[in-house]
Design a protein around this ligand. Structure first.
Ligand SMILES: [Zn+2]
Length: 253
């Protein structure tokens, strides 16, 4: 209770402080909560030498990927009406869950470890029947399960005909780096070659890169390593001298 109260207070005070003591970083606009001002830098938990510059909105705590997904969904749903459809949100993030509940007729969440979800499921072997959902949304999950092929097969299996899978990962390599072991709560880092894999499984795979939206939404991954900008990322997503673009793919069954 006390923790909840202090979190709410922090949420209230942070944006006020940011406006009173503006930093030298540019002013951004959060499409999720409407906040305007500086965003916070964020240390990458699994690689402490890496910093994501201007990552976090001080008002709603969204990061680049949440704002990116919000913009992609807004664009996607202009043509693909979700109001009479069902969605399965795997490893649900609160700020996206709210958005999806508002848009879809049926919203279900699933996770293997997280409590409070609708279904406790392992993405590698889900208990849903074939063609159970119109949409499956998977954001920053595919680095975790040991068996990537099984996970992709399951996502495809539970999609209805003409359904869509919305997948978001950080594509930091040309070729997926399989660890062959459980390291830092992950089994791999994802490469651009995942897109070919998806293209072999789905009828059509559409790519949404963060450069299609306004810079003021700050949806690029602006990376600094030990104080120096890092841009050693695959050409398809590389931002010269700045980091890499966020990429969301929409796979049509
Ligand atoms: Zn925000």
């Amino acid at each position: 209770m006390r923790k909840q109260w202090s979190e709410s207070l922090k949420k209230l005070i942070r944006p006020i402080l940011f406006r009173m003591f503006p930093s030298s970083s540019p002013a951004y606009h959060c499409p999720l909560c409407g906040y305007r001002g500086s965003f916070k830098d964020k240390h990458v938990r699994k690689s402490p030498q890496l910093v994501r510059v201007s990552s976090k909105c001080p008002q709603c705590t969204s990061t680049e990927r949440h704002r990116m997904m919000h913009l992609v969904l807004g664009e996607l749903f202009q043509d693909w009406n979700p109001s009479d459809k069902s969605v399965l949100h795997i490893a649900p993030e609160d700020c996206l869950a709210k958005d999806l509940k508002n848009r879809f007729a049926t919203y279900h969440s699933a996770d293997l470890f997280k409590k409070g979800v609708d279904f406790q499921e392992d993405i590698q072997k889900m208990r849903f029947p074939d063609a159970a959902y119109d949409c499956v949304l998977v954001s920053r999950v595919l680095t975790v399960p040991p068996d990537l092929e099984a996970s992709l097969g399951e996502i495809r299996r539970i999609l209805k005909p003409r359904g869509i899978a919305i997948l978001a990962e950080a594509y930091t390599h040309k070729k997926t780096d399989e660890f062959g072991e459980w390291r830092n709560e992950r089994s791999r880092e994802v490469g651009i070659d995942l897109l070919e894999n998806l293209e072999s499984r789905f009828g059509r795979v559409d790519r949404y890169l963060s450069d299609r939206y306004e810079e003021e939404n700050q949806i690029h991954n602006l990376m600094v390593e030990d104080g120096t900008p890092k841009d050693s990322y695959p050409e398809a997503v590389r931002l010269k001298g700045r980091g890499f673009m966020d990429l969301v793919v929409v796979c049509h069954a």
